[in-house]
Design a binder for this molecule. Structure first.
Ligand code: ADP
Ligand code: ZN
Length: 742
């Protein structure tokens, strides 16, 4: 080690500032350099912040912080790194790729307690194991509640620690006490930390030929980087393949990361992993408490968790023996973080796998156009599963031309009759309407005034159950009979709802089908914890004939008795203005359609539309997602949009209309002179919803065929922004690989 020049520590300081900062070592500190990944406390301006050491080196170069005199580090918090070398490298890649503040990226890698400076927790804690009488109880000599059963099943495949219970509902602790009292579980002294996972082989079913082919193809490539796109229709047995792969990996000592969308983390998928891998399974999702999350983080790091199931942020969890990554429903928009550090968990997962030289499986019934394009370019392996596993057939899809038809609360006669037929046969129907509330528009019958949100360019939605008018974008709400200053005639009794939301549909169906038992599933009807699980139980036990639901029911749930899916508003998705609107529409309809005919009866999907000739429906009728994608990819190439090009959005907002526009205009003007012509600069234009929560928003779009050229252009843009005085009068952010351009 050279020991002349200046010893400098480069630090990712937890702050929204867009650069790394350099510091001197603490006076009197040992001359051994700190390992990257250790946390330290540093001065920043007049405050103190925590940060993560990026490097600690001797150099005689001019320092990045420029002329300013370097200050010393105040305190070193860790003797050994809390972030391992491979995650450090991944985070540094993300800082560059997403052009975002380093501190924000590194904060995403640590649980809240560690971000605040607390030490990692110890996980050696009391543990319990299954006794012979516990095993007997489990094998059927006792009646067990569901919690007891789950607990004992876990114990069957390993030791139960209090930590391993933290992601279960609070009643798990009670179940544990009870099991101990009855002698089913006994404490173990000094439980081994690294559990050898016991796999419940009896739960595995033999793969069918198509599954086996995909499975073998991926398995033969374990140990090397490769992206495998598993394009399998809903119910084709993708999850079963993940389970088989996971077994392979963990019995060889590896760890597996399984990412699922925000609302895809259902009890069903958790159950399927837990019953086979027991205590080796860990969970992370957005509803986990800070403490529980910190414990999962620790258990992943120590290797006790062998299979981590989680939503977006799980991609940053420490998994020192990671050997396989799975991204289920890889097309799902919830993998993209939409605020702060705007990363795509799917893309980070692929990069993580690439750096570790391990495979990643992207699974979907409706893959993103990005991933399909990568298959066409030969970068990803394409693995199709064309048929449902277990014998069920795919539902037939029909488009109902409802032009000129009489609709009763949005329901046409053919759809009504189809529902009745199902009910007579004792089968269930599901109506999909992605619009909450009673009516999406409220107007005054006397003067025609339409109730708008005072803070957003949006209409207020009528919610009759809560007797409220609400904005779905900012949370603004008033009583239904509230007066508004912009209402010309001021007659409150003349308010009328226009259009149909789920709440109204549910009421109308009650009248249309007096004998049928209905159930509504949306965010308003399912407000409390446990509501959704209770609803699913009722559906499975056939206590419901007719389901009405939003996006909430589109994913991951297996309803064996639903044989009819009705898409109430098959036009809304086609009228949206974003470039991904058709892709999203296609994905949503096929996802919802996938709920039908999962059992022995074949299913049918009826889509009500005023535009039955729209090309999207031709593909839908044949459930031809691949054909749709080929056409959509050609259109994207024509329009020079992603995945053909790389795209980033610069968005600005302020309480007044002009500053964001003017800021972006000045920036665009400079960039048009400075950047190569291969970089397309679109705008600035006002956002589709220009005013949101009282702030005006404008966008500038940058795109280029060459990702590297775009990256350089974005660096230039960031430099120019620093020089623009207006930048301080607006809030702005950069969104690389933005999902929406509006
Ligand atoms: P996907 O993840 O593609 O939606 P799943 O793995 O959930 O599909 O499988 C759909 C259904 O088919 C499940 O009920 C599952 O138990 C069943 N299944 C999957 N693979 C097989 C198989 N090889 N043999 C019999 N049934 C299977
Ligand atoms: Zn609003």
């Amino acid at each position: 080690m050279r020991e002349h020049g200046t010893r400098t520590l480069r630090v990712a300081v937890f702050s929204p500032l867009r650069s790394f900062f350099d510091y001197l070592p603490t006076p009197g500190a040992s001359s051994t350099p700190l390992t990257p990944g250790c946390r330290i406390r540093v001065p920043l301006g007049r405050s103190e912040r925590l940060g993560v050491v990026i490097s600690d080196t001797w150099s005689d170069d001019t320092l990045a912080t420029g002329e300013r005199e370097l200050k010393p580090v105040l305190e070193v918090l860790d003797a050994s790194p809390v972030i391992d070398a491979s995650l450090m490298a991944l985070a540094l890649w993300a800082v560059q790729y997403y052009h975002c503040p380093p501190g924000e990226v590194f904060e995403a890698l640590l649980p809240a307690e560690l971000r605040r400076g607390e030490s990692p927790r110890q996980t050696r804690e009391p543990a319990w194991q299954l006794t012979p009488s516990g095993a007997a109880a489990l094998s059927g000599s006792e009646r067990l509640g569901p919690r007891q059963r789950e607990l004992l099943q876990r114990a069957q495949t390993g030791v139960i620690t209090r930590l391993s219970l933290t992601e279960l509902p609070s009643s798990a602790a009670r179940a544990l006490r009870e099991a101990q009292r009855r002698g089913w579980l006994a404490p173990v002294e000094d439980a081994p930390l690294q559990l050898a996972p016991a796999v419940n082989d009896a739960r595995f079913m033999a793969l069918n030929a198509a599954q086996d082919e995909a499975f073998m193809s991926i398995r033969s490539r374990l140990g090397a980087f490769g992206v495998h796109l598993l394009h399998g229709v809903t119910g084709s047995g993708k999850t079963e393949i993940y389970l088989h792969l996971a077994r392979d990996v963990i019995t060889k000592g590896g760890q597996v990361l399984v990412l699922v969308p925000e609302i895809g983390l259902t009890e069903q998928i958790v159950q399927r992993f837990s019953e086979r891998f027991g205590a080796a399974v860990g969970l992370v999702h957005s509803e986990l408490s800070e403490r529980a999350r910190a414990l999962v983080w620790q258990r992943c790091r120590e290797g006790e968790i062998r299979i981590l199931l989680g939503t977006r942020s799980a991609v940053w969890m420490p998994l020192p023996r990671l050997q396989l990554v799975v991204v289920d429903e890889e097309h799902d928009p919830s993998f993209k973080q939409q605020e702060g550090f705007r990363y795509s968990a799917r893309d980070v997962a692929v990069m993580r796998a690439r750096r570790l030289d391990i495979p990643v499986v992207l699974g979907s019934a409706t893959p993103s156009l990005e991933s399909l394009a990568n298959c066409e370019r030969g970068k990803y392996a394409y693995l199709p599963l064309a048929e449902r596993a277990g014998g069920a057939s795919l539902p037939g899809i029909r488009v109902l031309d409802i032009r000129g038809m009489t609709l009763t609360s949005g329901i046409s006669d053919p759809l009504r009759r189809a529902i009745l037929e199902r009910a007579e046969r004792g089968e269930q129907s599901l109506l999909f309407l992605n619009r909450r509330g009673y009516a999406p528009v409220v107007l005054c019958h006397t003067c025609g005034w339409i109730a708008g949100c005072p803070r957003c360019d949006a209409r207020l939605v009528l919610h009759l159950e809560q007797d409220r008018l609400r904005c779905h974008h900012c949370g603004f709400e008033r009583r239904r009979d509230a007066s508004f200053p912009d209402h010309p005639c001021g007659r409150l009794e003349a308010y009328a709802g226009v259009g149909v939301g789920t709440e109204q549909l549910e009421g109308a169906l009650g009248e249309l089908f007096p004998g049928l038992r209905t159930l509504r599933i949306d965010r308003d009807a399912m407000r409390h914890k446990g509501d959704l699980e209770r609803a699913f139980t009722r559906i499975r036990q056939r206590e419901v004939d007719l389901l009405i639901g939003t996006q909430m029911i589109a994913k991951g749930h297996d309803f064996a008795h639903v044989t009819l899916v009705g898409i109430v508003d098959g036009d809304s998705g086609l009228l949206a203005r974003d470039f991904r609107a058709e892709e999203r529409f296609m994905q949503t309809i096929l996802q919802v359609a996938g709920r039908a005919g999962r059992g022995a009866q074949p299913g049918e999907v009826l889509i009500q539309s005023h535009h039955p000739e729209h090309p999207v429906f031709t593909f839908l009728r044949h459930a031809d997602y691949r054909g749709f994608a080929t056409r959509a990819l050609a259109e994207r190439a024509e329009a020079e949009m992603p995945p053909h090009t790389a795209l980033a959005m610069l968005r600005a907002e302020a309480p007044k209309r002009e500053p964001p526009q003017e800021f972006l205009r000045q920036l665009a003007e400079g960039l048009r002179r400075e950047l190569p012509p291969s970089v397309f600069i679109g705008g600035p234009v006002p956002a589709l919803m220009e005013r949101k929560v009282g702030r005006y928003r404008a966008n500038l779009l940058l795109s280029c065929l060459d990702r590297g050229v775009l990256a350089a252009a974005l660096e230039t843009a960031l430099t120019r922004i620093r020089e623009l005085p207006l930048a301080r009068r607006v809030r702005w952010h950069l969104d690389v690989d933005a999902q929406e351009t509006g």
